[in-house]
Design a binder for this molecule. Structure first.
Ligand SMILES: Cc1ncc(COP(=O)(O)O)c(C=O)c1O
Length: 400
């Protein structure tokens, strides 16, 4: 007897989770691995946000709220979209859920029928194809190599769309590459979508606040207003405000889509925690200086990491314009042998070699759909970053 639903057989085990577990086991053995696989800021949630949650508990804001979040929070989100991107949403066009991931899940469950296609530029955040598969859709991957800055081009998007295409999932700045679509890039993609009826676009803006070198953040509904009624503008407080554990994401979209997503949410989590909603309200309406302070720190770490990795023979690291990830190529190391005679034939072999010989956790590019690469996070202290890069250099030098 097969005890579990067949839809689960289509979901990949998370390579990142496996790596985290390996690193934890090493720590338990008394070793000190450097974990560059992590996907959350190493900073703390701002104090005003924590205080707002404590105040909400004391005021008794501990009961059910509206499915899509309190009116006050949704109005703060509307103000944020208007202020930062010039997009006007009504209250009925806003949803809030326990994480941006859950919003994506609600959107796919609400819109995909079995066999419907979703265009996903590769490399991609590992969650995208799995959520599409759970919703019984079919991910259609478009490889976007380093030579193209890891970005999807208009002609490639056009070629990937079929009569079954329901969505394009776009993430900028990107996890795992850090590449960032300019307003012009988005306009070119948006024009393709405008010509193809019935295709929606999910604009995953979760790393919005982490853009470097004066690069201006842009989002699809702002770049191509004519596409706004087919765009789900997805964001959240996890990355910008260092609130990953609080679980809160939000989005703007046409009211009928928001309504359909609400039907999914109503029968699952109901709504995001009332305490977290109060915290998110403080994050979005309180002082914003911390975003710039942290952005500057992340940029310095990115510079350190990119130059340290590019100094290693066999590695070529594209300079990310955003997020806290880089996605170096390890193509130059393929076929080399480690001291124990094992040949490095894939990015998985490379990640295993770096972990086993030097105790550094990086995520093999196989997990993100473009090889041979590996993802490194610079959401760690400068000291750990220096130590991690020095260890990767030693691991590479040890390859014959
Ligand atoms: C591209 C991308 N989108 C969304 C999320 C999820 O954010 P949340 O914590 O709000 O679910 C992540 C988290 O890793 C991410 O990398």
């Amino acid at each position: 007897m097969n005890a579990f639903a067949s839809r689960l057989s289509r979901v990949q085990p998370s390579a990142i989770k496996t790596l985290n577990e390996l690193a934890r086991e090493m720590r338990a053995r008394g070793e000190s691995p450097v974990d560059l696989s992590i996907g959350e800021p190493d900073f703390d949630t701002p104090d005003n946000v924590k205080q707002a949650a404590i105040d909400a508990i004391r005021r008794g804001e501990t009961k059910y709220t509206e499915i899509h979040g309190s009116a006050e929070l949704r109005d703060a989100i509307r103000a944020k979209f208007r202020r930062d991107h010039g997009i006007d949403y009504t209250r009925e066009e806003i949803t809030v859920a326990g994480g941006a991931k859950l919003i994506m899940f609600n959107a796919m469950m609400a819109t995909l029928d079995p066999g419907d296609e979703v265009v996903i530029p590769a490399p991609y955040w590992t969650t995208y194809p799995d959520v599409v598969r759970i919703a019984e859709g079919v991910p259609v991957f478009v490889p976007c190599p380093q030579e193209h800055g890891f970005k999807l081009r208009a002609d490639e998007l056009d070629a990937a769309i079929t009569p079954r295409t329901k969505w394009l999932l776009l993430n900028s700045p990107s996890n795992p590459t850090g590449s960032t679509y300019s307003r012009d890039d988005l306009t070119a993609l948006g024009e393709v979508l405008l010509a193809r009826e019935g295709v929606r676009v999910l604009s995953d803006d979760i790393y919005e606040h982490l853009v470097y070198d004066g690069c201006a953040f842009a989002t699809m509904a702002q770049a191509v207003p004519a596409l706004a009624d087919r765009t789900l503008t997805l964001n959240g407080v996890s990355k910008g405000y260092a609130m990953t554990g609080w679980r809160l994401g939000y989005a703007g979209a046409a009211a009928d889509l928001i309504d359909a997503m609400g039907n999914v949410q109503q029968q699952s989590s109901t709504h995001a925690s009332s305490i977290t909603q109060a915290a998110a309200l403080a994050a979005l309406t309180g002082p914003q200086e911390i975003l710039e302070e942290r952005r500057v720190l992340f940029q310095a770490r990115r510079d350190l990491m990119v130059s340290a990795l590019n100094a290693i023979e066999g590695i070529s690291c594209f300079r990310p314009d955003g997020s806290f990830f880089a996605y170096p190529s390890c193509a130059g190391l393929m076929g080399r042998r480690s001291a124990n005679g094992r040949s490095i034939e894939s990015d998985q072999d490379f990640a295993a070699h770096v972990l086993e010989t030097e105790g550094v956790a990086v995520v093999p590019g196989t997990a993100f759909g473009l090889s041979p690469h590996f993802r490194v996070s610079f959401a760690v202290s400068t000291e750990l970053l220096e130590e991690g890069c020095a260890r990767i250099a030693r691991a590479c030098a040890a390859l014959g």
